[in-house]
Design a binder for this molecule. Structure first.
Ligand code: NAD
Ligand code: TDX
Length: 378
């Protein structure tokens, strides 16, 4: 992190020792944010509010809870961002809210979209109402300053980008229930900035990977399947392109925007490299010394976005640079999953088997439909 720049940042959230509410802080990127901020030992205090869905895991915060100095600046609250009775008193205690909470997997949004809308729209609305109320209390002299709100969003709100790079003022064109819910959340934030004058910033991060990522996503699914010599289900031709961002760079860029971003602005957080899915799979198999023959081509994801790519000059202009190149990040990630099989084997139990069996059945059905449409026997 760079030092605070007084020309772009003012308010207690810009200073060391701020009090933060981190929603979704037991998930993949949120827990990295919490671990990294607290490990700096600069006095920052964090309350995590997390519903502990299948994707949330309190053990992701074990290094914090096991360290007495960090644990003294940390509190965990089990609850839902859509529940105002939980949210309101927590927002009253803090200088800023960083909202990571979301249903985050595109494939699940195709199977079961409702939770995406409840958390992504109603949940965001409850947080914004609490921020607005605290802003009013600050105006009435009942607290020293209004809280800042950070909405963690995604490059997927731009939809598929055939060429060039998305800029922050491009039109939103989401194409999955997941990205539509994320776009709706962003639009609500914007409406509270314009209508109510709250202090909010939005980040749009690109495809993120690293330790502690839930094995439903491409990179950890393929690493963990490959470790067990299980098939790797590659969608369609595998030539879809993503821009990969290592998790500590994503968490660091969000903190940078929290501390240095201009109120009411949106910032793209691009990754370090644009790769086809095939190239990503080749890289992780190479690190694991496993053969390409594990890869199985399966039916494509419906509405599959072909490419995401973002321009990062607005973020660079406020002083952020990613630190982890893809070759280093993928090596770290593969080695972490190899060394932490207790963590991912626990995550791949319980509801996982039902989810993965359902996913495989859907892919088989799509394949049969495709073959039948082509006049071939499945
Ligand atoms: P994740 O699925 O690993 O974690 C989400 C966390 O939110 C979990 O701990 C879950 O329990 C919690 N949660 C879900 N619903 C909740 C609710 N109603 N109330 C409280 N907590 C709730 O997700 P992630 O990959 O860490 O993503 C974090 C954020 O970053 C999301 O908003 C996502 O849209 C965004 N994002 C993710 C990526 C990526 O590649 N993973 C890229 C760009 C943006
Ligand atoms: O089994 C798979 N096979 C496959 O070919 C899976 C799970 C994925 N894929 C493909 C689909 C995508 O082209 O790999 C690519 C990456 O897929 P995901 O890991 O599911 O990520 P994606 O759909 O790109 O969305 C991710 O990045 C943006 C996150 O899940 C979102 O939360 C984030 O907003």
């Amino acid at each position: 992190m760079t030092e605070v720049d007084a020309t772009t940042a003012s308010g207690p959230w810009a200073a060391r020792g701020a009090r933060l509410l981190v929603t979704g802080g037991a998930g993949f990127i949120g827990s990295a944010f919490v671990r990294d901020v607290l490990a700096r030992r600069d006095g920052t205090r964090i309350v995590v509010l997390d519903k502990l869905t299948y994707a949330g895991d309190r053990t992701n915060l074990a290094t914090v809870e096991d360290d007495p100095e960090q644990a003294g600046r940390f509190r965990f609250v089990h609850g839902d961002i859509a529940d105002a009775t939980v949210v309101d008193p927590l927002v009253a205690e803090v200088d800023a809210v960083v909202n990571f909470a979301a249903e985050s997997h595109v494939d699940r949004s195709i199977l079961d979209p409702e939770a995406f809308l409840v958390t992504g729209v109603i949940g965001v609305h409850v947080l914004l109402e609490a921020v607005r109320r605290e802003r009013d209390r600050a105006a009435a002299g009942e607290r020293t300053s209004a809280p800042r709100y950070v909405q963690v969003s995604t490059d997927e709100v731009y939809g598929s980008v055939p060429s060039g790079q998305s800029r922050e003022d491009d039109a939103l064109a989401p194409r999955s229930p997941y990205s539509a819910a994320k776009a709706a959340g962003e639009l609500l934030v914007r409406s509270y900035v314009v209508t109510h004058g709250i202090d909010a910033v939005v980040t749009r991060g690109s495809n993120t990977y690293g330790p502690y990522q839930h094995p439903e996503k491409l990179i950890p699914l393929f690493i963990t399947n490959a470790i067990d010599d299980q098939p790797l289900p590659l969608y369609g031709d595998g030539l879809q392109r993503r821009d990969w961002l290592f998790v500590s760079d994503h968490a660091g860029a969000i903190e940078h925007v929290l501390r240095h971003g201009a109120s009411g602005e949106t910032y793209n957080l691009p990754g370090s490299v644009e790769l086809t899915n095939r190239a990503v799979v080749a890289a992780l198999l190479d690190r694991l010394a496993k053969p390409w023959s594990l890869v199985r081509t399966v039916a494509d994801r419906p509405g599959h976005d072909r490419r995401y790519a973002m321009d990062g000059s607005k973020l660079a202009a406020i002083g952020w640079r990613n630190r982890v190149p893809f070759d280093e990040g993928i090596a770290t990630t593969v080695d972490w999953f190899t060394a932490n099989d207790r963590w991912w084997r626990a995550v791949r139990s319980g509801e996982w088997d039902a989810y993965y069996a359902r996913r495989c059945a859907v892919h088989r059905a799509r394949r049969s439909d495709r073959l039948a449409a082509a006049g071939l026997r499945p």
